[in-house]
Design a protein around this ligand. Structure first.
Ligand code: AMP
Ligand code: ZN
Length: 465
């Protein structure tokens, strides 16, 4: 298995700390609004990585945090708290906001066939762990107290800029904003481990600590949760490229200061999904979500297919044309698969030939488009019998997770199609005549038959569920 390691800026052979076992940590969402499809691109790549590793025989333990406290609107230590901002916007409490958007995020993951990490932990549930870590870092002089806050002293960290690979002076430009008005810091790049109320009086989520009532900084949550659930050695840590600096850089500094040794061997970062204005981002607004895609008539798995067609380390530009072709290609693929019949026993030679090709594509730094090509080559191969094809496709789908045998996207028979269309017309007429009871009963009648209707701007669309 070869993986690009951001830490060493090259593709490397993957060797876990313990044979056969992988400890994997992936940064979770900040739950102050819906995840956009850019965020979800990163989770799709992490899902393929986990499932691919499992496919080739590793036992993977994956842990993910939910950021419900401490992440400010700026990546440095300034700005409003994202959660409090979300609560103000929606007139709810921060706890309600966190619960609502956590549920929405998990639902999005399910709809994209992303396996839920075995450990999911909220930042606000691990305060004792952060306090323990910060106390040790203070004792060991990696941290200091200034003006009521606790800071990490980056000059004490070994090779602080190693992950980002950037010039120290250049990185200082990135922290210039935080330099202004924060003369409590010893070095401009120092970051907050613990905020106290002296600076953020109206903060709602706060806890008692040896340094005063306050709340943790954003970076300590991931170091804390990873160490609590996965121990002191990580094999793989993932996130989007925007996490490299400052978030992952600071995670390394804290964790290695706390443990006194190298913490994580492989750092894997997914490139961004861009829209025509650049990086899709929650703070910029105008984001696309899974439900918006569905309103446009796409299935979440069309988007998964769209992502798998490009390499995770290449930027991907979202376009309607790209989604249309993903939608059509996935439909066609499922139709082709649906007509394959079991016809005898599995041909092991052919099975191994294609399975090895599939594994090679995955092991070559997660080459998902090549994994799909192997699937298409298999479908074309008239020397492989139906039973062998079905076995291979269902095995590949353990990683690809495109629900290749499910009929939801498959073209349905013209009889059924005309029946559904006549029902949709009937319902539209009922709505026109303001007979909403009849309209609802038609919708429910179809739902009972496994046909889900969704009203979009372009009219009513249906989905076989
Ligand atoms: P957030 O909820 O903002 O903390 O981000 C959750 C995850 O999505 C992180 O791993 C980010 O690096 C990643 N991410 C943010 N924006 C994008 C984007 N436009 N494309 C891909 N991944 C992104
Ligand atoms: Zn993180």
């Amino acid at each position: 298995m070869k993986l690009y390691n951001t830490l060493n800026k090259k593709i490397e052979e993957f060797v876990p700390n313990e044979e056969g076992k992988v400890k994997m940590y992936t940064c979770g969402p900040t739950v102050y609004s819906f995840a956009h499809i850019g965020n979800l691109r990163t989770y799709i790549f992490e899902d393929i990585l986990q499932k691919g590793l499992e496919y080739i025989g590793y036992d993977v333990t994956r842990c993910m945090n939910i950021t419900d406290v401490g992440h400010l609107t700026s990546d440095s230590d300034t700005g409003e708290d994202k959660m409090e901002k979300g609560a103000k916007r929606e007139g709810k409490t921060v706890y309600e906001i966190a619960d609502f958007y956590t549920e929405a995020f998990l639902h999005d993951m399910d709809s994209l066939n992303i396996k839920r990490p075995s450990i999911i932990s909220k930042a606000s549930s691990n305060i004792d762990t952060y306090i323990k870590m910060i106390t040790k870092m203070l004792d060991d002089s990696y941290a200091y107290i200034s003006g009521g806050n606790v800071y990490f002293d980056i000059s004490k960290a070994k090779d602080y800029y190693k992950l980002s690979g950037m010039d120290k002076d250049l990185m200082m430009v990135g922290v210039r904003d935080s330099v202004e008005g924060d003369d409590r810091k010893r070095n401009p790049g120092d970051f907050v481990l613990w905020f106290t109320i002296s600076k953020f009086e109206n903060h709602i989520m706060k806890w008692d600590s040896p340094w005063g009532v306050g709340y943790p900084g954003w970076h300590i949550e991931c170091s804390g949760i990873a160490s609590k659930y996965l121990g002191e050695y990580l094999d793989i840590h993932c996130g989007g490229v925007d996490n490299i600096f400052p978030h992952h850089t600071n995670e390394i500094a804290q964790s290695e200061a706390y443990f006194g040794h190298k913490w994580c061997n492989y750092w894997c970062h997914g490139a961004h999904l861009n829209d025509k204005n650049g990086k899709m981002s929650k703070s910029k607004g105008g984001i696309l979500t899974v439900s918006k895609l569905m309103e446009e008539g796409y299935s979440p798995l069309d988007y998964r297919y769209f992502c798998l067609n490009s390499h995770y380390r290449n930027q991907l530009v979202f376009s309607k044309e790209g989604m249309d072709s993903a939608h059509n290609a996935l439909n066609k693929l499922k139709s082709r698969i649906s007509v394959i019949n079991e016809d005898g026993s599995i041909d092991l030679v052919k099975y191994n030939f294609y399975n090895d090709k599939f594994i090679d594509a995955f092991s070559n730094d997660i080459n998902t488009s090549l994994m799909l090509t192997v699937l298409y080559d298999l479908l074309k191969d008239s020397d492989v019998n139906g039973s062998t094809k079905i076995k291979l496709i269902s095995d590949f789908d353990k990683v690809l997770s495109l629900s290749l045998f499910e009929k939801d996207n498959v073209d349905i028979s013209s009889d059924l199609e005309s029946y559904i269309k006549s029902k949709i017309d009937e319902r539209n007429n009922a709505k026109k005549n303001k007979d909403f009871e009849l309209a609802d009963s038609i919708r429910n009648e179809l739902l009972d038959k496994g046909v889900k209707l969704t009203d979009t701007r372009k009219g009513t669309i249906y989905e076989i569920i």
